[in-house]
Design a protein around this ligand. Structure first.
Ligand code: PMP
Length: 314
C-alpha cells in the first residue's frame, strides 16, 4: 500500500512473498524513517484463527508514525490488511499450543530523499511467518542489567516502535547472550537508577502480591501485552503500580516476569547487576502464572473473552 506524503494510502493488494524494490535514496535506507509492529495470529482450541487486540497495534503504529513525521494507514486499512494477510496464510497458523503465525507490519519512507527531511512517499506492507513457541513450557529468562548503554533517552523515540530503536542495543545484547544471559535489562538515561525494559519486552516485579512495572512516559514502549496484563491483574484484584522502579525494588522483588508479543508472559529466574546475581521464585503457584493462564486462555479461546480483545479471522 503506497502513500505520497500529504495524501491517503492507496488500496493495498496481496502478493506472494518476495523481494521489494527500494530506491537507494529512500528515506528508510538513508535516515531510518520507518516504524514496525508485531502481532501473532493464534489457533484456538476449536481450530479457529484469531488476532489479539490488533486495534492497539494500529493505534501504536499511528503514534510511532506521527513521531517520525510519517502518514499512517487508517485503522480500518490496517485491520483489513491484517485480516487479508492472515486469511491468505491461514494454513501456516500452527495448531493450538504449537506456536503462531507472526505478523510484521512495516511502514517505511520509500520515496527518494537526499537533503535531511521526511521522504516524499511511504509504503505500508505486512509479511507473516510461522513461529514456534518463544520459550518452551516452564522455561525462564536470566537477565543482565546494562550499566553503560541506554536503550532510550528522554525526548527520544524509546516510547514508540521506531526501527532505529533496535540496532543500537545489538552489541550489548549479543555480548550478554554470549555470557549465557537471555537478554539485557536497561536502565533509564536520566538517572541510571531506574529500570526501564528489556530489549524487546516489558518487565514486571511482584513484592508481597503487589505488582510493579515501570511507567511508560516516553522512554518505555507501551506494550499491548503489558497493558493487557495490567488489566487482567486489576480484574483479579491485584494492586498494580505503574511508577519509577529503582534498583532497590529489583533486589527486593519476590518474582519477576516479562511481557511481549514474542515472549508472551515469561518468568525471570535471575537478574545480574554488576557481580551480584539475584534469584526469584518461579513455578506454577505464583502471581505470574495466574496472569499467564488468563492471557493465554483468552488468546486460545479456552477462557471467555469478556473484554472483547480477540478478533476472529476464520
Ligand atoms: N518493549 C519493546 C522494546 C518491544 O520491542 C516490545 C515488542 N513489541 C515490547 C516492549 C512488548 O510490546 P508488545 O506487548 O506490544 O509486543
Amino acid at each position: 500500500m503506497k502513500c505520497p506524503n500529504g495524501d491517503n494510502f492507496s488500496q493495498g493488494h496481496l502478493a506472494p512473498y518476495g523481494k521489494i524494490e527500494l530506491s537507494p535514496f529512500s528515506g528508510i535506507l538513508n535516515y531510518g524513517q520507518g516504524v514496525l509492529e508485531g502481532l501473532k495470529a493464534i489457533r484456538t482450541k476449536d481450530g479457529h484463527v484469531q488476532l489479539f487486540r490488533p486495534e492497539e497495534n494500529a493505534l501504536r503504529m499511528k503514534m510511532s508514525a506521527e513521531r517520525l513525521c510519517m502518514p499512517s494507514p487508517s485503522t480500518h486499512q490496517f485491520l483489513d490488511a491484517l485480516k487479508q494477510t492472515v486469511l491468505a496464510n491461514k494454513r501456516w497458523v500452527p495448531p493450538e499450543g504449537k506456536g503462531a503465525l507472526y505478523i510484521r507490519p512495516l511502514l517505511i519512507g520509500s520515496g527518494p530523499v537526499l537533503g535531511l527531511g521526511p521522504a516524499p512517499e511511504y509504503t505500508f506492507l505486512i509479511f507473516a511467518t510461522p513461529v514456534g513457541n518463544y520459550h518452551k513450557r516452564g522455561s525462564t529468562m536470566n537477565l543482565y542489567i546494562e550499566n553503560e548503554v541506554r536503550r532510550a533517552t528522554p525526548g527520544g523515540t524509546g516510547g514508540v516502535k521506531s526501527i532505529t530503536n533496535y540496532s543500537p542495543v545489538f552489541e550489548v545484547v549479543t555480548k550478554a547472550r554470549a555470557k549465557g544471559f537471555t537478554d539485557v535489562l536497561f536502565l533509564d538515561a536520566a538517572t541510571g537508577k531506574n529500570i526501564e525494559e528489556v530489549s524487546s519486552c516489558n518487565i514486571f516485579f511482584v513484592k508481597d502480591n503487589v505488582i510493579l512495572t515501570p511507567r511508560t512516559s516516553g522512554t518505555v514502549l507501551p506494550g499491548v501485552t503489558r497493558k493487557s496484563i495490567i488489566e487482567i491483574a486489576r480484574d483479579l484484584n491485584y494492586l498494580v503500580e505503574e511508577r519509577d522502579v529503582p534498583l532497590e525494588d529489583v533486589l527486593a522483588a519476590d518474582e519477576v516476569f516479562c511481557t511481549g508479543t514474542a515472549v508472551e508472559v515469561t518468568a525471570v529466574a535471575s537478574i545480574t547487576h554488576q557481580d551480584k546475581r539475584i534469584e526469584y521464585r518461579t513455578g506454577e503457584e505464583i502471581v505470574f502464572h495466574k496472569l499467564r493462564v488468563v492471557l493465554k486462555g483468552i488468546q486460545t479461546g479456552v477462557i471467555e473473552d469478556k473484554m472483547g480483545w480477540t478478533m476472529l479471522i476464520d
